[in-house]
Design a binder for this molecule. Structure first.
Ligand SMILES: CC(C)(COP(=O)(O)OP(=O)(O)OC[C@H]1O[C@@H](n2cnc3c(N)ncnc32)[C@H](O)[C@@H]1OP(=O)(O)O)[C@@H](O)C(=O)NCCC(=O)NCCS
Length: 202
């Protein structure tokens, strides 16, 4: 019998299952790696897990995290940070804070560079010491870039930074608000060189 409108090819009987389906699992082809740039939900997603494993990644490793970093920072972003030096802390795979090593921050002090900038921990993750880990990551990146001194400007968190070894060097105005200028001496650095962000994140 011929079915109207259906050619031979479409009317072909169901094919046999592929050979791999009958093989034991160890002989199945390897799974394809997940595509980059896609946000994958974490295996253990609960943000309140007290002992969630922590990971530090950069926007260079995980460009898919740029939208959430942008949403955290709103318009308080300093100069665009190099993706390699924009850090994101993951707690159990969930984005839980960010900080950057930025070439510039305070418009009135273009002579000072580089800066610890854009430190932010979302409210659900605060009070767990995550800010200290992010600050340490930026300091380590600065050391690796042979930077002897880091700078920051803060409107409210100087006591937090002071506990992490930063020193107040003066007052400043930041986006129209009174703020404090602070510095961190990173110790002796061989062949110090000026910091230059290689590329912009935005
Ligand atoms: C400031 C901020 C990054 C702290 O993040 P956090 O992960 O909660 O910090 P920690 O858990 O490491 O807290 C360390 C300590 O600093 C204290 N602290 C938190 N925010 C502080 C602030 N703004 N000023 C002074 N101390 C602060 C905490 O109470 C805590 O003290 P404790 O150890 O005695 O309990 C976070 O509150 C935040 O993102 N705030 C909004 C953005 C902001 O203000 N960024 C800094 C701008 S320069």
């Amino acid at each position: 019998m011929r079915l109207a409108g259906i050619g031979a090819a479409e009317y072909a009987p169901a094919r046999d299952p592929p050979a791999s389906a009958s093989l034991p699992p160890t002989h199945r082809p390897p799974r394809r790696p997940q595509a980059r740039g896609v946000f994958h939900f974490p295996r253990r997603p609960h943000p309140d897990m007290p002992h969630a494993p922590l990971d530090l990644v950069t926007l260079k490793d995980r460009p898919d995290l740029l939208p959430i970093v942008r949403s955290w920072l709103g318009n308080r972003r300093s100069s665009p940070a190099c993706p390699e030096h924009c850090f994101v802390l993951l707690a159990g795979g969930v984005p839980a804070g960010t900080a950057s090593l930025a070439e510039s921050s305070l418009e009135t002090r273009p002579d000072l560079t580089p800066w610890l900038a854009n430190l932010f921990v979302p409210p659900a993750f605060r009070g767990r010491g995550y800010s200290a880990r992010l600050v340490a990551a930026v300091e380590a990146a600065a050391r690796a870039a042979r930077v002897p001194t880091l700078w920051l400007v803060t409107r409210s968190a100087e006591s937090l930074y002071a506990r992490l070894g930063w020193r107040v060097v003066g007052l400043a105005e930041f986006h129209g608000d009174p703020a404090t200028l602070m510095r961190r001496d990173l110790g002796p650095v061989q062949n110090p060189k000026p910091y230059r962000a290689e590329s912009a994140a935005t």
